[in-house]
Design a binder for this molecule. Structure first.
Ligand code: FAD
Ligand code: FES
Length: 251
């Protein structure tokens, strides 16, 4: 159940250019969170709206990874250990738990909720980023949590040169997965969903929309699905790929 509470900041450190790892002391949140859920953070009294951030780890404190993209995340990057943050969460539905091994496919900050999935499920991960700086810290984070790590970069500075969708067909040909869970840019998730559908592998996608209330009350995060209009904050952020991308196949 979502709670509105204050948590102490344990650490708030830069791990790559403009990317930070925030650790908060929130044992009840850690206990109650499922992979794929998020928190709505009141960063500062200067901002009216909270900001949604994915729960990336619940193993040792609650960890959140965020990229500085605007005023809210910039203010968050200045918060110090020992200060307290107002948190609303856990929010959203989370990934469907699976007994057998899953493949996690993520790009950029989309890897954050997948890290939590690697903690809670047996998983391999296929990660993509622009360059080595963008993926190296993720590689370290997934190292102890995922079984196999596959890597692509747009500039080929580490891993396979190209996008995750270039590497995916060979990985699916060589391995068996109960499901694919994906988070990242929508164009990437659409490509992943198409390849999963062609192999008849269930695929779940994590959606992002700008949010206000985070509780299903304001309609600012609506998305059209095969089951009608849904709210990403309450009905999502995790959706079956065929419900949001229309079950396109690449056959
Ligand atoms: C469920 C959910 C989970 C998220 N998890 C993470 C996470 O783990 N790590 C992370 O770095 N970010 C995550 N985000 C995105 C994060 O919420 C935004 O980057 C953040 O709110 C931006 O706040 P800001 O004040 O810094 O930027 P703003 O000044 O509000 O915006 C700066 C730029 O970011 C864009 N933007 C803002 N919010 C969103 C959004 N929700 N989706 C797409 N673009 C947006 C704006 O269009 C604008 O271009 C998540 C979003 C959602 C909905
Ligand atoms: S953010 Fe208000 S309904 Fe989703």
């Amino acid at each position: 159940m979502a709670r509105d509470f204050f948590a102490e900041i344990v650490a708030n450190e830069a791990v790559a250019e403009k990317v930070f790892r925030l650790t908060i002391d929130a044992p009840t949140l850690a206990e109650e969170s499922r992979a794929g859920q998020f928190v709505h953070v009141k960063i500062s009294d200067e901002l009216t709206l909270r900001r949604p951030l994915g729960i990336a780890s619940t193993a040792s404190g609650v960890k959140i990874f965020y990229r500085v993209v605007g005023r809210g995340t910039q203010l968050l990057s200045r918060r110090q250990s020992g200060e307290r943050l107002n948190i609303l969460g856990p929010l959203g539905n989370g990934f469907t738990p699976r007994g057998d091994k899953v493949l996690l496919v993520g790009g950029g900050m989309g890897l954050a909720p997948l890290l939590c999935a690697a903690e809670q499920f047996t998983a391999d991960v296929l990660m993509g980023g622009r360059n080595a700086d963008e993926v190296n810290f993720w590689r370290e984070e997934f190292h102890t949590r995922a079984e196999k790590i596959f890597l692509t970069t747009d500039d080929g500075s580490v891993g396979l040169y190209g996008f995750v969708t270039d590497a995916l067909p060979d990985i699916l040909a060589a391995n068996h997965y109960a499901a694919i869970l994906t988070c990242g840019p929508e164009v990437m998730m659409r490509g992943v969903a198409r390849l999963a559908a062609a192999k008849k592998i269930p695929c779940e996608v994590s959606f992002e929309r700008r949010m206000a209330c985070g509780l299903g009350a304001c309609l600012s995060c609506s998305v059209d699905t095969a089951d009608g209009r849904k709210k990403v904050c309450k009905d999502g952020p995790i959706f079956a790929a065929e419900k949001v991308f229309g079950g396109e196949r690449d056959e």
